[in-house]
Design a protein around this ligand. Sequence first.
Ligand code: ADP
Ligand code: GN1
Ligand code: MG
Length: 370
Amino acid sequence: MYMLEQIVSNFRHNGTYASGAPYGSGHINDTFKIDTKETDQYNYILQRVNHHVFKDVPGLMENVERVTSHIRKKIEANPDSNPDREVLTVIPTHNNSSYHVDSDGNFWRMYIFIWDNKSYDVVDSPEKAFEGGRMFGQFQSQLADLPGKPLNDTIPNFHNIAWRLDTFMDTLKRNPVGRADLVKEEIDFVLARAEEMKTILRLGEAGEIPLRITHNDTKFNNVLLNQEDKGLCVIDLDTVMPGYVHYDFGDSIRTSTNTGAEDDPDLDKIEMDIHLFEGYTKGFLHETKDTLNQVEIDHLAFAGKLFPYMIGLRFITDYVDGDNYFKVHHEHHNLQRARAQFKLLTSMERQFEAMKEIVRKYAGGRDAKT
Ligand code: ADP
Ligand code: GN1
Ligand code: MG
């Protein structure tokens, strides 16, 4: 439906366009893999950035350029590395811009396709979980000394749970497509935990945990692994902005430890696997434990619970709103997703003591109290 070859011709890439096809399983942007004819030239990822979700695409791309060039410099300092595979490479347009706007007002960008990668929606071993933790932990350390002004907020209030709760209540009141009656059980589930879930916000407001540069979309499939299942590259940088460490740890735990799919219709398949939790936590703390303060460490296990709650709440809000935000593949998809996330949360609630114990173990004897 898009004239891919024509769109690609606006970018200063190497090689000759051969074909383009939809790629990946993201919920927000439209992603295409572009193959070139020559075997010795790169292939590419072309993306239409969802400008209804990201209202300031130029600001977003400014972040992506700053973040990728900063990380690239660090990678280039290591002679054994391959920067074109270990960090996203933005391909500029002929006007030297990081994005192209088409005649319909769509925003397009292009990256080198990271070749020979493996990507997983569901994680099946503690070793893979460890690699995810190591990569997202490393990503946060690499950006700790990013010079210049703070990054742009690409989605205001993105992980502000109080704002998410208010939005849910407003959407229920508006009830635009008559679905509010279908989610009575979920409303009770959400309200019963609402105050507890504001913990991270309160700690931030009290100055007990610092704002850092966080990725904010640390789904496991946003880290690519190499053929040996070792961490290769962190991708999907649209939401990199100021945030709390808990946002990155929590969203990863949500996807790296779930024995079922994010939207599994069979709730019996969904549990938090404590061995996967251990693998991820070990990798993440290996990279970050020396920079995190005690309060941050103390609340990592809690962050694991926050994210199935947060994303479940966003799915159910979108369901009541009439499916305007996440791509859905069938009528009640967002409801199914929310139920799956809430099941995952109840599994974590049952295993919370064991989660805290593991954080304690890999934080080097520091105490996880909450
Ligand atoms: P979304 O925000 O929609 O999830 P992503 O940026 O994560 O978009 O891209 C969607 C998928 O495309 C990813 O899950 C990954 O499989 C693939 N992908 C994205 N960028 C690259 C890249 N530079 N090289 C290889 N694969 C990529
Ligand atoms: C979206 O773009 P993608 O599919 O990686 C969403 C995340 C959610 C996720 C749930 C910008 O991520 O916040 O956690 O779906 N991204 C945005 O799968 O809203
Ligand atoms: Mg993604």
